[in-house]
Design a protein around this ligand. Structure first.
Ligand code: B12
Ligand code: SF4
Length: 625
């Protein structure tokens, strides 16, 4: 039997479901599991008390810097006495950027050369630049889905057998032989997985006091948005021979897990579940037999309200002839099941960014119709809208260096056609041929005034703007017009493995150093293409955007004046107030008794204060141990 210690960076109002699942899998194999939250400090004492055989981290990019700091110090003191492993998106998409424990500089260099030769395209390797390697001191990484690999790894460690040939597990020895990791096909069935081990987390954090619970009804998303990990995750699994990018628990299995949990919370005195959040990337695509069954059984057997994440175009789809098909039947089923609020992202109000840079494959009309439908039916809405996108800007005609700037803009615009319009098309396909010609004229100095004006006209017709901030104003404006109840406006973060990150690097807006990314959604842009003034405006807009979601009458004044005034701290207070109001009223409408209300308000306030102040400090400072 092994002693396994999971290390979590901090408490969060959302369940760390990966850890809860991996702990349940380990316990089913007869191992003992523990959790340490770095925010609680005293890691040394926990290590001393537990004496773990395995230390496991689940890493998102941003928090990885803290986790790796911790791991280096653990390996320094405990060396081979403990086996350390990281899984999750950061490990999956950055395995070429992390040097492993016992991997010499030479061996790491040879591996990176072999990796670059085996996969010259950028995604998924962490080879974005010749940055100095990150010494992770991890013994292993887990790539992609971890359920089965984790169990096999634990069995091998327990029996003191080698772990280097386990698919999805990367070690220094395995990648010396095989630079691209071997990934087993993705799971098509989930029902045999154990129920999440929530007690591990609830006994060590405030989550046990909180009446909101996260569950997953399934995994995967078939869309190709360029800022999201799913696109490359799916490509990785296509190469491993997987057919369907989505897998789901059966309705009965899902309900059984919720029932089981409600029994435990009754027995152990945790706060009773009042509201469920299904954290699937995409809860449902259309009216399906699964949803019909769910809408029948869930209200009867569980009867709790829930929130989920979906896309606007599931509810309203523009047809080729320009007409719009609305799918109220889908919404009716979800409401019958108990859905009270929904998260549907906007991502950008600008067509060029949405279609070309983000490949959202969704129109403004579809979004407007879907949000209007939610309003008609009294559903609370949450939307994410990304600011600070390094989109090309059109130079002004009075710019002394107009020709040079125009050439740069054309070059960047072509790169901004991030994904081919259809599979099989070349990247950049769809870029107007006339702009190609004007670009050539600029290069050989044969451009005339009508051609310059024509270039500007074409770029304007493509929805490009003359100033980076105009894109952000347009996006906030769109979200305010949609009357979204809770609006979140993070700045675009270039996560490893995503197509938008490749674009940002090719466009010269990002240097590929993921160590600079942050885990606070309030942090300023990581791109070097924005001036400090533009960044300050983005930061203020991200706060004012939520405020104006609740008080839309303020928006005309906010975009004319407030976003230029240096009152960020005050805007943050207004943001906090309006965000709390929209959460309580529209997103998670629960019966907040005085006790729960005070406790939750205190925890959420602490969380938001940390997000705000951490967004202004270096990420690695935030962990502490
Ligand atoms: C729930 C969630 C959150 C919760 C996290 C709650 C928590 N305490 O962990 C909240 C809402 C707080 C959150 C915040 C953020 N998130 Co988030 N989040 C998710 C989401 C939707 C589900 C994750 C999950 O629990 N899945 C269920 C479990 C069972 O599956 P899994 O995580 O894939 O784990 C499997 C494997 O990855 C692997 N595995 C994972 N960890 C480990 C560890 C070991 C040791 C092993 C062996 C295997 C293994 O095995 C598991 C079982 O197969 C994912 C998207 C997704 N579908 O995964 C994004 C996702 C993880 N988030 C992401 C991001 C960017 C963020 C933020 C940085 C956003 C922001 N700027 O605010 C913050 C960061 C917060 C932080 N502390 O760092 C990105 C990560 C990209 C990256 N390169 O890291 C994702 C992938 C979304 C995306 N669209 O790109 N998030
Ligand atoms: S629809 Fe959502 S989950 Fe799916 S690829 Fe796009 S952003 Fe990711």
């Amino acid at each position: 039997m092994l002693k396994i210690l999971f290390i979590l960076k901090e408490e969060d109002p959302i369940d760390p479901m990966q850890i809860e699942l991996l702990s349940a899998l380990a316990k089913r194999e007869g191992h003992e599991t523990f959790l340490h939250v770095l925010q609680h400090r005293n890691l040394a004492a926990a290590l001393q008390r537990i004496g773990p055989d395995v230390v496991a981290y689940s890493g998102k990019t941003g928090e990885h810097t803290t986790l790796l700091n911790v791991n280096r110090s653990i390996k320094k003191t405990r060396g081979d006495r403990v086996f350390t492993i990281m899984g999750g998106p950061h490990a999956t998409f950055n395995y070429g950027g992390m040097q492993l424990y016992g991997e010499s500089d030479d061996a790491f260099g040879r591996f990176r050369d072999a990796l670059a030769a085996a996969q010259p395209s950028l995604p998924r390797t962490g080879l974005h630049r010749d940055l100095p390697p990150v010494q992770s001191a991890l013994d292993a990484l887990c790539i992609g889905e971890g359920d089965d690999a984790w169990v096999e790894l634990l069995r091998a460690l327990d029996r003191r057998q080698p772990v280097d040939a386990i698919p999805n597990i990367v070690t220094a020895a395995s990648r010396a032989i095989r630079p691209l990791p071997e990934v087993r096909p993705r799971r098509t069935a989930l029902d045999d997985l154990p129920f999440f081990d929530r007690e591990l987390v609830y006994d060590a954090t405030f989550l046990g006091d909180f009446p909101l619970r996260s569950f997953m009804a399934g995994r995967g998303c078939p869309f190709r948005c360029t800022y999201c990990f799913n696109h490359d995750w799916n490509r990785m699994y296509q190469a491993a021979g997987a057919a369907n990018p989505r897998s789901r628990y059966s309705v009965d299995r899902l309900i059984a897990e919720i029932h089981h949990w409600m029994e435990i919370e009754r027995k152990k005195g945790y706060a009773r579940t009042q509201f469920i959040k299904f954290y699937d990337d995409i809860f449902e695509l259309r009216v399906s037999p699964w949803l019909v069954e769910f809408a029948e059984k869930f209200p009867r057997e569980i009867g709790l309200p829930f929130a989920c994440l979906m896309r606007c175009d599931a509810f309203a789809k523009e047809n080729r002839d320009g007409s719009l098909s609305e799918h109220e039947d889908l919404l009716r089923l979800l409401q019958k099941a108990g859905m009270r609020s929904i998260s549907m992202s906007i991502e950008s109000g600008n067509t060029f960014i949405r279609e070309k840079i983000f490949a959202r494959d969704m129109t403004g009309r579809e979004m407007a119709a879907a949000f209007a439908m939610m309003k008609r039916h009294g559903v609370g809405t949450f939307a994410n809208t990304i600011l600070g996108v390094p989109a090309p800007v059109i130079p002004r005609r009075d710019d002394a260096l107009f020709d040079r700037e125009l050439r740069r803009t054309l070059d960047q615009t072509k790169k901004a056609f991030v994904l081919p319009a259809r599979p099989g098309d070349e990247a950049g396909a769809g870029y107007p041929p006339r702009l190609e010609q004007i670009g050539a004229q600029l290069t050989n100095g044969a451009i005339d005034e009508p051609a310059r004006r024509e270039a500007v006209r074409i770029l304007e017709s493509m929805d490009l703007r003359h100033d980076a901030v105009e894109y952000d104003i347009e996006s906030v404006d769109f979200a305010v017009r949609m009357r979204v109840h809770q609006s979140q406006f993070p700045r675009l973060d270039p996560y490893p493995g995503t197509a938008v990150t490749d674009y940002a690097i090719r466009a010269g807006a990002f240097d590929g150093d993921f160590g600079r990314l942050h885990s606070s959604y309030l942090t300023s842009s990581s791109f070097n293409c924005f001036t400090p003034r533009q960044q300050r405006i983005q930061d203020r807009l991200s706060l004012l955007g939520q405020v104006c979601a609740i008080w839309p009458w303020l928006w005309p004044f906010a975009k004319r004046h407030l976003m230029y005034w240096p009152f960020t701290g005050f805007y943050w207070l207004l943001f906090l107030l309006t965000k709390s109001y929209s959460i309580i009223r529209y997103i998670y409408p629960m019966k907040y008794g005085a006790c729960i209300m005070l406790r939750s308000a205190y925890r959420i306030l602490l969380f938001e204060i940390k997000q705000f102040f951490r967004s202004r400090s270096h990420e690695a400072d935030a962990g502490g141990f």
